[in-house]
Design a protein around this ligand. Structure first.
Ligand code: NAP
Length: 518
């Protein structure tokens, strides 16, 4: 059985503790061992800052973008091999594995493209310059510069490739080296991707380190120029955010946590509308893709009272036709949950939801003798006010239908009871109703997908995270913000206000022609 190693200070190294087994969730067999005990974490932090940081900032943004492009190509070249690993370790169907891997290479490529226009300097102008004095001679200009620290990236198990690469794309482009830690249950996939990263030599020495297992005392060595970017459950995130060293040093911490995402059907959408078809298709995709293990999957479906029966009937019909089985089998549309712990969590969560809702299909049972299989499960809330519907994320193929009176105000109230979400989707053609809902839920969400007949046929389901749009959300969703084009670099850059002579500050650091501004 393979023992996964960590890539620290330029070498692959093995821990010296008791290794944790990783499983094939289809067969329930051990396939790898993982341990990072005893590694030199203080040395890793120091090496990243000194060697990785210096090597990354030896060049400017455009050149670092070319490195990302090479990295994207190197990972893409191993796509088929990585898909097989993803099936074995993550229980991912071919489609689910591609979703993770193409998301990884696509995000790296998107940031490579973005870098083409950023030039060869190591600062980025931030907005236009502004006159500060009685005349334009005294001038102000904000700029953003790379922070000379290390970025520690902690990822969840559900996107071992995409999660690692989307964080890496932003920190590398910003000029900040990374120490990346995958979620252990699917670390074999992340390990194979990390091997490609190191073998490709696409990134300079020290820009990338990889800790497979526990982070040890890494966080104890972080300081004011460093960043912790975490993705995972709200519980772990809150614990890490309160870490004494991070609080004391004002280390930047960003959390991408869990979310009770909602889809809202407006009363004006009839069964014959394209928006209705998109609503149903998106729900089926989000419920079953990656076996529902997506932080952006819909968990609450808000439906006008008189449409509940139609929605439930349609979804039950579609969900009951999903072929569940071995992800290596081409006919399979949904594989198992990623681990035994996941199975325990999901079935426990389903039981909790069943106390306040009717089970329309699926339920908290193991579908096969072997493997962590559950069926797509749809609940219909008996009492839409029950707290558990708005607070418990069941991280599997599971969502609840909640009826409402069709008013924008009621849709907003119920949507916002999630306490802050990564994404909400609104299915409506009535623009006025839509605007009321959008503005009502906007402060509580990181992304709002507005689906109407105009775009119903040409867009991804709301669970899809794109590098052009920010990913994150307020409150319960962690309060973080990643991606969103250039915005994704902000986490790793320091914004500084420069004040001085326009002839110098404006010309050297501004983006507008200072002569024209005088
Ligand atoms: P998790 O149990 O919170 O773990 C997340 C990461 O934190 C893992 O790498 C885990 O490592 C690590 N970790 C746990 N304890 C730690 C500690 N004391 N110090 C340092 N690192 C520690 O979450 P998960 O089960 O992997 O992922 C599922 C959750 O993530 C869901 O709630 C989902 O909604 C959320 N998620 C959110 C997003 C988003 O972008 N907002 C994306 C994906 C998933 P080990 O695996 O080694 O324990």
């Amino acid at each position: 059985m393979i023992t996964l190693e960590s890539f620290v200070r330029g070498a692959w190294q093995r821990g010296n503790g008791k290794p944790r087994p990783l499983q094939d969730p289809t067969q329930e067999t051990d396939i790898a061992l993982c341990d990072s005990t005893g590694l030199d974490f203080a040395g890793a932090v120091a090496w990243a800052r000194a060697t990785g940081g210096a090597n990354l900032r030896r060049v400017g943004f455009a050149e670092r973008g070319r490195w990302l492009k090479a990295l994207s190509a190197a990972i893409h070249a191993q796509r088929d091999a990585l898909i097989a690993v993803s099936a074995q370790n993550g229980g991912s169907t071919r489609g689910d594995a591609k979703f993770d891997l193409d998301g990884a290479t696509g995000t790296l490529a998107a940031y490579a493209k973005l870098a083409e226009s950023l030039g060869d300097e190591n600062f980025l102008p931030d907005g236009d310059g502004v006159q500060l004095g009685r005349t334009a001679r005294f001038w102000g200009q904000h700029v953003r510069v790379p922070r000379p620290g290390v970025a520690v990236h902690v990822n969840a198990f559900n996107f071992p490739a995409w999660g690692m690469c989307e964080k890496l794309a932003c920190s590398v482009l910003a000029g900040v080296p990374a120490i990346s830690k995958p979620g252990t249950p699917t670390a074999l996939v992340a390990y194979r991707v990390a091997q490609v990263v190191t073998q490709s030599n696409a990134l300079p020495e020290g820009a990338f380190q990889f800790v497979c297992g526990s982070l040890g005392d890494t966080l104890d060595w972080l300081g004011p120029q460093d960043t912790l970017a975490f993705t995972g459950s709200a519980k772990t995130g809150a614990m890490l955010k309160g870490h004494a060293r991070l609080v004391g040093a004002n280390t930047r911490v960003t959390l991408e946590a869990d979310s009770l995402n909602c889809a809202i059907l407006a009363p004006d959408v009839g069964d014959d509308a394209d928006t209705w078809s998109a609503f149903v298709n998106h729900l089926v995709t989000d419920l079953t893709q990656k076996t529902g293990q997506k932080c952006t999957a819909v968990r609450r479906i808000l439906v006008p009272r008189d449409r509940v029966e139609a929605v439930v009937e349609t979804l039950v019909d579609r969900l009951s036709r999903i072929a569940i089985g071995d992800p290596a089998d081409e006919a399979t549309k949904m594989g198992p949950l990623a681990s035994g712990a996941q199975f325990e969590d999901v079935t426990k969560g389903m039981k909790a939801l069943a106390t306040v809702a009717r089970t329309a299909c699926g339920g908290p049972v193991k579908l096969k003798d072997r493997g962590f299989f559950v069926a797509p499960t749809l609940f219909v809330a008996n009492d839409v006010e029950a707290d558990v519907l708005h607070s418990l994320e069941v991280f599997g193929p599971c969502a609840s239908v909640l009826c409402y009176d069709g008013s924008a105000a009621e849709a907003v109230r119920l949507a916002n009871r999630g306490g802050g979400g990564l994404v909400a989707s609104v299915y409506a053609n009535d623009k006025r109703w839509t605007d009321d809902v959008v503005l009502g839920i906007a402060p509580w969400h990181g992304r709002i997908w507005v689906c109407s007949d105009k775009v119903a046929d040409q867009a991804y389901a709301p669970g899809m995270v794109l590098p052009q749009s920010i990913h994150g959300g307020p409150g319960r969703a962690g309060g973080g913000e990643e991606l969103g084009g250039l915005r994704g670099l902000d986490l790793y850059l320091q914004r500084v206000a420069l004040q001085g002579d326009q002839g110098h500050i404006g010309r050297r650091f501004g983006r507008s022609n200072p002569d024209a501004a005088v």
